[in-house]
Design a protein around this ligand. Structure first.
Ligand SMILES: [Fe+2]
Length: 259
């Protein structure tokens, strides 16, 4: 079974809110979608880790729906800091089992894989937060040992990229509690995130985590802790394809798309 992890399309119908977003962000997103739709063997599900749109207007989500139309498999999403809950909820209402209340978190499964989707959006802020409602909910979900592979989706990484200025904008509120819950859980777990706009993988507390690239722009690799916020670079776009075997072993491949 193949599952794709994509992120940060930042599509906009009228004008971009974010200065570094490429003017042709919608075209770039369409190229990624075309690549996924044409891939063989068939990619059976998509994990989309936030910043689907740049401004979160209803027109932005209508454009996004049009861009995603070639994909005929389930798409599991979480909001990013550039999304708006109302638009995202409207687009995926009836498709994703959002919990009651304001946050767009949910649990679901796909072919034996458990998906725990978290809402780290803090209105009006770049950094992310996990509220107490979600942390308690997650505690309940992770309390029992599980042999099933669990994928946690969350836009803001709780794990460091080591690009210091970007890590300062990642998950902040609730991060320590989240880390405790993750460390205590017994079972195979992988965390998928976005937000950093540069694809990377990391082992954090013994858990494999990844950030998928964002086609709307990509940050340069700046690992000097004293370096300022990295500029954007024109490098090949990359997302991840997980190949999950019947034994639940996972091979993760980087897939490049010429934009
Ligand atoms: Fe983003």
């Amino acid at each position: 079974m193949l599952i794709a992890h994509i992120s940060d399309f930042h599509v906009f119908a009228h004008a971009a809110e974010t200065s570094v977003v490429r003017a042709d962000a919608a075209d770039a997103a369409r190229k990624v979608v075309a690549d996924i739709a044409a891939f063989t063997p068939k990619i059976e599900a998509i994990m989309f880790t936030g910043d689907l749109t740049d401004g979160g207007s209803s027109e932005d989500y209508a454009l996004l729906a049009d861009i995603l139309a070639p994909i005929d498999v389930p798409i599991f999403v979480v909001p990013g800091n550039h999304d708006k809950r109302a638009g995202l909820r409207a687009m995926f209402d009836g498709k994703l089992p959002f919990e009651p209340g304001a946050s767009l978190h949910y649990e679901t499964s796909f072919k034996g894989i458990r998906i725990l989707a978290l809402d780290t959006l803090l209105d009006g802020r770049v950094h992310g937060a996990l509220n107490q409602i979600q942390l308690s909910w997650l505690d309940g979900k992770l309390a029992a040992p599980s042999k099933d592979l669990t994928l946690i989706l969350m836009h803001h990484p709780a794990f460091p990229s080591a690009i210091a200025p970007l890590d300062d904008m990642a998950l902040q509120d609730g991060r320590d509690t989240f880390e405790r819950l993750i460390v205590a859980h017994q079972g195979p777990l992988r965390i998928l995130s976005g937000h950093i706009h540069r694809p990377f993988q990391t082992l954090w507390n013994g858990i494999f985590c990844a950030v998928s690239g964002g086609p709307a722009f990509q940050h340069a690799l700046a690992l000097d802790p004293a370096a300022p916020e990295p500029a954007t670079v024109n490098e090949p776009y990359a997302y991840f394809i997980h190949r999950i075997s019947d034994e639940r072993n996972v091979s993760i491949h980087t897939r490049y798309v010429e934009l």
